[in-house]
Design a protein around this ligand. Structure first.
Ligand code: 13P
Length: 287
């Protein structure tokens, strides 16, 4: 059964580790992440962007697929199904159709409107026992057509949003989605420390997990980050392994054109990457 992300993140914050949020794109991705979480006795968050939900056929299809896998693969570790960067309308749809967690990305609205809409989403989520992530300070890079400038969050605004009763807070600290440019300045730990001071026990979320050096990830966890989002890194290893399959002409060997064979090396690569991140984040055996 799906659970809200709240309890697992409160536990993570107390235990000084982070839970991985891994974005899913299809059945293979979802299965690979769930199996890895179960094999490593780790809680996990499945992230779904609006674009990915549409790609998979729609919100009901995603909820049905995930619930089916939980039951038939006997997944017993805590799993949250979380909308990543949802609009106000889409967050409502996901809550109504069975997601156990939503992110309402109100960073494009003026702060007053962000607050009003966030309050409404929190009320609706509470009714369903679901958790809510809010964002302050746009996270840089492009994700599903949403372009953020990589601005740094204002700790006072973070406190304001945290006080509304959200369960987790994403704050821009110089992180961006996708591969970091070579001239990236790194995470702004002074701002992170100031945000943690203002928001206290609130679990903080680090987006753009791909390519952040391990020592910075560990430092961010020590400063209150309890959820780390990873997407691009899984995509890259999946695609690299799939390319190798074709380059080695494996598709020309004994029924190598079978999609189940074609996708196998990529799936194995996702599993290895997710395990590596769970080890780094410290969530193994924390289910
Ligand atoms: P990356 O694609 O950079 O790993 O970021 C993922 C993310 O933050 C999803 O919200």
């Amino acid at each position: 059964m799906l659970v809200s992300a709240k309890e697992m993140l409160v536990k993570a914050k107390e235990g000084h580790y982070a839970v991985g949020h891994f974005n899913i794109n299809n059945l293979e991705w979802t299965k690979a992440i769930l199996e890895t979480a179960q094999e490593n006795n780790s809680p996990v968050i499945l992230g779904v962007s609006a674009g990915a939900a549409k790609y998979m056929g729609g919100v009901k299809t995603v909820v049905g697929m995930v619930n089916g896998l939980l039951e038939e693969l006997n997944i017993t570790v805590p799993v949250a199904l979380h909308l990543d960067h949802g609009s106000y309308e889409f967050a409502i749809e996901c809550l109504e159709k069975g997601f156990s967690s939503v992110m309402f990305d109100g960073s494009k609205y003026p702060i007053e409107e962000n607050i009003e809409k966030t309050k409404d989403i929190i009320r609706r989520a509470k009714e369903k026992g679901a958790s809510v992530e809010a964002e302050v300070g746009a996270i840089g890079g492009e994700e599903d057509g949403v372009l953020g400038g990589g601005e740094v969050a204002d700790p006072a605004e973070c406190q304001m949003i945290a006080d509304l009763g959200v369960d987790m807070l994403a704050a821009g600290i110089g992180n961006i989605h996708g591969v970091y440019p070579s001239n990236w300045k790194g995470l702004n730990f002074d701002v992170l420390a100031a945000i943690q001071e203002k928001t206290g026990v609130m679990p903080l979320v680090l987006h753009g997990g791909t390519g952040i050096p391990d020592n910075m990830v560990k430092k961010a966890i020590s400063l209150g980050v309890s959820k780390i989002n990873v997407n691009t890194e899984c995509q890259i290893v999946f695609t690299e392994e799939t390319r190798k399959y074709f380059e080695a002409n494996k598709d020309k060997e004994s029924k190598g054109y079978d999609p189940r064979k074609v996708l196998k090396p990529g799936v194995a690569a996702i599993k290895a990457k997710v395990k590596e991140k769970m080890e780094l984040f410290g969530s193994i055996n924390k289910a």
